[in-house]
Design a protein around this ligand. Structure first.
Ligand code: SAH
Length: 396
C-alpha cells in the first residue's frame, strides 16, 4: 500500500473529517490515478484511506477515517446500501431522488440519481472512476434497478484529467431510449437522462417546488413568473397551487419544450402557460419597462459562482436579477430567490438580496429560508455540500 505523507500541520482538515487533501498539503508520495493510498501525518500517524488523483488540485479524497476498514468491493456495497437506506428513511414523495450525494455519503465525487427504475451516475474523480464497475454492480444490487446511465460529462472531470463518458453502463437497450417520466408530489414530469442538464433534472429543488405550490395557494397568487425555469418544475407547482397564468423564461429551447408537455400531462389549461426563450435578465428589464406586475416570481439561476474566487462577479449578477425582480412584484407578492453557488454562503446571499432591495426601494418580509431537499445530504463535516440556499420574500 502506498503512503502519502502530509506536511507538518496539514493534517487538521482530515482530523476534522473533511475528506479533501489539496496538492499543497502533500509532502511526499505518489500513486496511480484512483489508487487507494494511506494518508499519514508528518510524524507517520494514520489519518485516512483515500483515492489518489495525480492531475487534480484535490490530490486525495478520503474514503475512510478508520484504519481497520478495507477499501474493496464490500466497502462500496456497504456505503451504497447505507446511502439507499438513508433515502428510504426520508420517505420522499417522489420517484425521482438523489441516492448518492458524493462526499456527504462517504463516496467522494460520486453522484447517483434515481428516476423511477432508471439510475443515472456521474463519476467525478479518479477514485470513483477506478471503482466504476464495482460501483455499478453495487448500485443495481442495492436498488433492484436494471438500468444505469452514465453521465460523466461534468466539467470537473477535466480537472481530474478524465475524458467525458456518457451512455448506458448497465441495461438500457436502445441508446436513444433515454426519456423517463417521474412523479413528483403527484405531478408527472418528463426528462431525458442523456440530454437533460446534470443527470436530467434539478432534484435538489423538489421540496421547494412543493412549498411554492403551497405558497401560491395560501396567498392566492394569480400571475406567476418563473425565471430560469428549465423544464418548468416551478411552473407546474404554480398551476397546481391555483395560479391562473404562468410565464416560464429560460435560455434553453429544449428545456422549454418540456414545459408545454408538462402542462398537458398534468391536465392544466394550455392557455395558462407561456414560455419565453431568452435571457432572463433581459426579460426582467423589458417587463419592468412595460410596467408589468406579478403575484409571485421564482429566480433560480445557474451557478454564477462555481468557486469562491468568482464570488465577486457572481454577487453582482445575483444582485442585478433581484434588483430587477423585486419591483415587478405586486404589493404582497412573493419572491423565491435562490443561489446554488457553493462560493456564496447563506449570509452573503442574504446581504446581496438586501442590497438589491435597497437599490430597488422595495421592502419585504422573509417568510422562509430554503435549502436543498434532504436527499442532497449536507453533513456537519462537509460544509461545501450545503450549496443551495434560497429566501421566500413577501413584498410589503
Ligand atoms: N428551476 C429549475 C432549475 C433551473 S437551472 C427547476 O426547478 O428545474 C437554471 C436554468 O437557467 C437552466 O435551465 C439554464 O438553461 C437557464 N439559464 C442559464 N442562463 C440563463 C439566462 N441568462 N437566462 C435565462 N435562463 C438561463
Amino acid at each position: 500500500m502506498k503512503s502519502i505523507r502530509l506536511r507538518p500541520g496539514r493534517e487538521r482538515s482530515l482530523l476534522h473529517r473533511h475528506p479533501w487533501v489539496f496538492d499543497g498539503a502533500v509532502d511526499k508520495g505518489r500513486a496511480d490515478a484512483g489508487e487507494t493510498v494511506r494518508v499519514e501525518s508528518a510524524d507517520g500517524r494514520f489519518l485516512a484511506w483515500g483515492a489518489f488523483s495525480p492531475a487534480s488540485r484535490i490530490r486525495v479524497r478520503a474514503w475512510s477515517f478508520d484504519e481497520a476498514e478495507r477499501i474493496d468491493h464490500a466497502f462500496f456495497a456497504r456505503r451504497i446500501q447505507a446511502a439507499v437506506a438513508a433515502r428510504q428513511a426520508l420517505a420522499i414523495d417522489s420517484d425521482g431522488l438523489r441516492l448518492v450525494h458524493a462526499e456527504a455519503d462517504g463516496l467522494p465525487a460520486l453522484v447517483v440519481d434515481r428516476y423511477g427504475d432508471t439510475l443515472v451516475a456521474q463519476f467525478g474523480a479518479a477514485g470513483v472512476e477506478r471503482w466504476r464497475e464495482t460501483i455499478a454492480d453495487a448500485l443495481l444490487q442495492a436498488t433492484g434497478c436494471t438500468r444505469l446511465y452514465e453521465r460523466s460529462d461534468a466539467a470537473v472531470r477535466q480537472m481530474e484529467g478524465l475524458e467525458e463518458r456518457c451512455g448506458w453502463l448497465r441495461g438500457g437497450g436502445e441508446p436513444d431510449d433515454t426519456g423517463v417520466t417521474i412523479r413528483e408530489h403527484g405531478w408527472r414530469l418528463t426528462l431525458d437522462v442523456a440530454r437533460g442538464h446534470k443527470t436530467g433534472y434539478y432534484l435538489d429543488q423538489r421540496d421547494n417546488r412543493a412549498r411554492f405550490a403551497a405558497l401560491v395557494r395560501q396567498f392566492g397568487a394569480q400571475r406567476v413568473l418563473n425565471c430560469f425555469s428549465y423544464t418548468g418544475g416551478f411552473s407546474i407547482a404554480a398551476l397546481a397551487g391555483g395560479a391562473r397564468e404562468v410565464t416560464s423564461v429560460d435560455s434553453s429551447g429544449p428545456a422549454l419544450a418540456h414545459v408545454g408537455e408538462h402542462v398537458r400531462l398534468n391536465g392544466f389549461d394550455a392557455a395558462a402557460s407561456r414560455t419565453v426563450e431568452g435571457d432572463a435578465n433581459r426579460f426582467l428589464r423589458d417587463a419592468l419597462a412595460a410596467g408589468e406586475r406579478f403575484d409571485a416570481i421564482v429566480l433560480d439561476p445557474p451557478k454564477f459562482a462555481p468557486t469562491a474566487a468568482s464570488a465577486d462577479r457572481a454577487a453582482r449578477a445575483y444582485k442585478d436579477i433581484n434588483r430587477l425582480a423585486l419591483p415587478l412584484l405586486a404589493p404582497g407578492g412573493l419572491l423565491l430567490t435562490f443561489s446554488c453557488s457553493g462560493g456564496i454562503a447563506p449570509d452573503l446571499f442574504h446581504k446581496i438580496v438586501a442590497g438589491a432591495a435597497m437599490d430597488a426601494g422595495v421592502d419585504a418580509d422573509i417568510l422562509q429560508r430554503l435549502h436543498a431537499a434532504p436527499d442532497h445530504a449536507a453533513t456537519l463535516f462537509f460544509p461545501e455540500g450545503d450549496y443551495l440556499k434560497g429566501l421566500v420574500l413577501r413584498r410589503r
